[in-house]
Design a protein around this ligand. Structure first.
Ligand code: 4AD
Ligand code: MG
Length: 473
């Protein structure tokens, strides 16, 4: 098989003949020596090819060398030798090179200099060829694997919940419609029929699913159906939210991991969530150290120390009511005045994690008015058994709760919120037949990646970000 540079770099430099494949990062030339850094994305490091004219390069090799600029794709052969240069153990004393594809310097947008992340977002199809985005991509792949590994080790089953759904899990009405109706035709017909604009509604009976359908905002409700059969399940897939919030922490299409556990109470849920985050951070240290080191040096100084500290320190747990008391003491510093009942703003979350507790915080027992219909109500009649995990610089990374398993209580909450009970018939069946206490949470995969890489814009930790006004690639 074609060798990867990450493996070649760990080999013994015993002069064996070796062929490498990849893309040129830099080419440097003195009178007789040509140095070329080649990277294949298998790791952050490139391998150096050294061509020595004193040792005689044939005309074909010289011709190929003349075509090489930053970005060209190449295959090169030579002896794997100990490198005299610092910062690299081995290099290739190359004698032959073949250029698969040139990358003309006049037009190839990725030149040697450091480009801004904003600029690179405009060329999302090429940015994986940079050090930073290569590292992000490897980290993303590793973390996805770690997620599956964590749950597998704990007896969870991976469930594929649908992306097209007729239910609105979070009840927030921020959904993308899925329809095959020709809207142009629908409007034309309404105009032709002189429909009353006040009463006109689209007849979804004519639509593909014969009802209104959307892209899912969460796989939770469906995951609950499997948790009440298999005990422990998780989903991990794309999630869609049409909220028009153009922030550095929101995507319109993001990936979410949602475990759901029968018989778990809120405390068990929090324990699992904390164990999960610590597991993922440890995985990053053990399996992604060189990329982590890159982020530590170039993106967020101190990142590794922070990760190690978080692994060792138990997360703070605090109730919403206690959190609001802390915030009220500092009310004057906030743009949005905190009060009991308010939704925590990111400035509030930041104050708790960055100033007060200097680490992750799990906030529990939020007012029911600001949380979803399915959360289990506390006996005080005011709060629900919710938990949000907040982390420094980022805010919410996990949202979850114990679920309302009592049929009557759940029905009355659905009605109270003006939702149509008929839409939830199958969800309510879970409470009608063999109901059990159960809990779960959702971890935003890209928020996790922001946390682990120290990157600051969520658009930079997903290959092709979907955000308001942006779906080019
Ligand atoms: O708090 P949320 O909305 O919770 C749920 O969807 C529950 N159904 C989860 C569950 O209990 N099974 O979202 C969960 C997490 C958030 O904490 C955040 O990390 C991430 O999903 N998230 C987003 N990530 C990127 N872009 C967005 N627009 C996000 N909205 C939520
Ligand atoms: Mg939330």
């Amino acid at each position: 098989m074609i060798p990867l540079i990450k493996d070649i770099l760990t080999r013994n430099p015993n002069g064996e003949e070796i062929t490498v494949y990849g893309w040129v990062r830099t080419k440097r030339e003195t009178k007789n020596l040509i140095f070329i850094q080649v990277n294949d994305g298998s790791c952050i490091d490139s391998i150096q090819l050294t061509f020595d004219r004193d040792k005689g390069l044939d005309a074909q090799t010289e011709k190929e060398l003349s075509k090489i600029t930053t970005g060209a794709s190449v295959r090169a052969t030579g002896a794997l030798v100990k490198s005299p240069a610092s910062g690299q153990a081995v290099e290739i004393a190359a004698h032959t090179v073949f250029v698969y594809g040139e990358a003309p310097a006049e037009t190839f947008p990725l030149q040697k200099k450091r480009h801004s992340f904003e600029f690179l977002r405009e060329i999302a199809h090429l940015r994986a060829r940079t050090n930073t985005f290569g590292a992000v991509a490897r980290m993303r792949s590793q973390m996805a694997f770690a997620v599956h590994s964590f749950f597998r080790e704990r007896g969870f089953q991976y469930v594929h919940t649908p992306l097209i759904t007729a239910s609105d899990c979070e009840g927030a009405g921020e959904m993308f419609h899925v329809t095959t109706l020709n809207m142009q035709e629908v409007v034309r017909k309404a105009l032709r029929d002189k429909a009353d604009p006040e009463t006109f509604t689209i007849d979804y009976k004519q639509d593909f699913f014969e009802k209104e359908a959307n892209l899912t905002v969460s796989g939770q409700l469906e995951a609950e159906t499997y948790a009440t059969a298999l005990s422990r399940v998780y989903t991990f897939g794309p999630t869609f939210r049409a909220e028009n919030s153009n922030t550095t922490r929101h995507l319109s299409e993001f990936w979410m991991i949602e475990p759901e556990m029968a018989f778990f109470r809120l405390e068990d849920n929090m324990e699992l969530a904390e164990e999960f985050i610590v597991y993922l951070l440890k995985w990053a240290i053990t399996h992604c150290y060189s990329d982590l080191k890159f982020f530590d040096t170039h993106v967020k100084p101190g990142l590794i120390d922070t990760v190690e500290h978080v692994i060792q320190t138990p997360f703070t747990r605090i109730s919403y009511t206690e959190a609001v008391k802390l915030l009220e003491k500092k009310a004057s510093v906030f743009e949005f005045k905190p009060y009991w009942g308010c939704d925590l703003q990111s400035e509030h979350e930041k104050y708790l994690t960055d100033e007060v507790f200097k680490g992750p915080v799990i906030v529990t027992d939020y007012p029911k008015e600001i949380k979803a219909f399915y959360m289990k109500q506390n006996e005080d009649g005011k709060t629900v058994r919710a938990m949000d995990m907040l982390v420094p610089a980022l805010g919410e990374i996990i949202g979850g709760s114990e679920r309302e398993e009592n049929l009557a209580a759940l029905e009355s909450r659905i009605t109270e919120l003006g939702l149509d009970i008929k839409d939830y018939w199958w969800y309510l069946d879970l409470r009608r037949y063999g109901t059990v206490p159960h809990s779960g949470f959702g971890l935003g995969f890209e928020r996790l990646l922001l946390y682990i890489t120290g990157m600051t814009n969520i658009r930079d930790v997903i290959p092709f970000p979907r955000t308001p006004k942006s779906a080019e690639f």
